[in-house]
Ligand binder design. Structure first.
Ligand code: KE4
Length: 427
């Protein structure tokens, strides 16, 4: 059965001439899986409908923001009210204080927070802040971790010289890329050697405490503690990029779960309730460097705008109610266990790695601990699985390097639909 994508194909074809690749963010173009991306028209709860009327169970959920599902009534009400009183002022508002209070109250290491408009802006800002606060220039990042499209992060492990960064995109100056040092995630020996050789140059280490941009790769036990120790020993800052994990894997992000306290944290996605937002925060002595309190410049026309704040604040309020995270945990565990059981039933290698309501099915029986492990998995098999699921009405992220997301609306009936589609897809 192939989907009728007539409308999507027509829009996608016309968009090619007007928008690069026909999309406003590359992953949406389906380049790695092929075919035409269904162009979405409406979402409700765990479901989305495309321009041709096809219905899908959604496991993309905008790559993280929609933890309450599409069209949450309370979030919509909050947005309607905000629209009535004003969409933006270019002046401070009471609502920004309220969401700052919620964020500071929930995220253990965050004493002060600045709102921006995307995760990329948050990670750009912490790079500048770390460099200003330490007077050093080098940043450490990890293969397979994604921190938005800032130049300092579009780097890959370069040739030797202890993983000097090389540009990972045209337009990134080599001179800047060399200020980024790249190590493999979960490789304790490598990061120790890097600090041994260049620790005095390192302004900060930025890490996804649970990596959600190479599927779902948790940190090895003790790995984050090691990063904390190395940073402390050398006067570098530890930065958790919790744009994806924040308020998702636990109320206070993964730092609440693991107990390792970073100096700075990047946030986004969930705290916008589906509208554009990012945030960065952490130790007050560091955040006080940020203008106008300090001299590290960072600004934004729509930072803290009433709509994103209204959507995000209401989302955080709902997430703060008893039982919400427990419900997400139960549903996510059920899905993970069901998927692995189906792989066994069909004699297919299959392993689900999961943290809270973020997970990834890898077509392998081996643990996946870093980017090389992900790259070694069965790419063709995954692409066939992706299309088989899409044709049966399950909307997965179109890449084996993306995490799947659940919402509070992914109830038993929805999970059954996903698992029966997977049963047929794996056959
Ligand atoms: P944005 O600039 O896309 O809001 O956030 C960048 C970002 C920063 N840090 C982490 C850990 C992230 O996962 C992201 C963005 N995540 C991707 C999903 N892989 C967004 C999807 C997209 O690029 O369209």
């Amino acid at each position: 059965m192939t989907l009728d994508l007539t409308q999507s194909q027509d829009i996608f074809r016309r968009a090619q001439d007007l928008i690069p690749g026909g999309v406003n963010s590359p992953v949406r173009a389906y380049r790695s899986v092929g075919g035409t991306p269904p162009h979405m028209k409406r979402g409700e709860g765990a479901l989305v409908w495309d321009e041709d009327g096809n219905e899908f169970v959604d496991l993309v959920l905008s790559y993280g923001p929609l933890i309450l599902g599409h069209g949450n009534e309370e979030v919509k009400q909050a947005l309607h009210e905000a629209v009535e009183t004003g969409t933006t002022f270019g002046a401070p508002t009471r609502a920004e204080l309220r969401i700052a209070e919620r964020i500071v109250e929930r995220v253990p290491s965050v004493e002060m927070v600045r709102l921006v408009n995307s995760g990329t802006e948050a990670t750009l800002s912490v790079a500048r802040l770390a460099r200003a606060a330490t007077g050093r220039n080098a940043l450490v990042k990890f293969n397979g971790c994604y921190h938005g499209h800032g130049d300092s992060y579009l780097v890959k492990a370069g040739s030797g010289v202890l993983t000097l960064g090389a540009p990972d995109s045209p337009g990134v100056p080599a001179a800047l890329a060399q200020l980024s040092l790249v190590a493999d995630y979960n490789d304790a020996a490598e990061i120790e050697a890097l600090f041994e050789a260049r620790g005095a140059e390192i302004a900060g280490v930025i890490v996804e405490p649970v990596a959600g941009n190479m599927g779902l790769v948790p940190p090895d036990p003790g790995y984050l503690e090691l990063l904390r120790r190395l940073c402390d020993a050398q006067g570098a800052l530890l930065i958790f990029d919790e744009v994806m994990t924040g308020f998702r894997v636990a109320a206070g992000g993964y730092q609440e779960t693991c107990g390792v306290m970073p100096d700075l944290t990047c946030m986004g996605k969930v705290i916008g309730g589906g509208l554009p937002i990012g945030a960065y925060g952490g130790r007050k002595d560091l955040m006080q460097h940020i203008a106008p309190a300090g001299t590290v410049y960072q600004a934004g026309t729509l930072s803290g705008n009433p709509l994103a704040v209204a959507g995000g604040d209401k989302t955080l309020e709902v997430l703060g109610r008893p039982g919400v995270y427990e419900g997400l945990e139960d549903a996510s565990r059920t899905l993970a266990e069901g998927l692995e059981e189906l792989c066994r039933k069909h004699g297919r290698p299959g392993r689900v790695q999961r943290m809270g309501s973020m997970l990834c099915l890898y077509l392998t029986d081996q643990p996946v601990r870093n980017l090389d492990d992900v790259t070694a998995t069965d790419r063709e098999g995954w692409t066939r699985f992706f299309h088989a699921m899409l044709e049966q009405g399950v909307h997965l992220p179109p890449s084996p390097y993306e995490a799947w997301f659940l919402s509070t609306r992914h109830d038993g009936a929805i999970l059954d639909r996903i698992l029966s589609a997977a049963d047929r897809a794996l056959a």
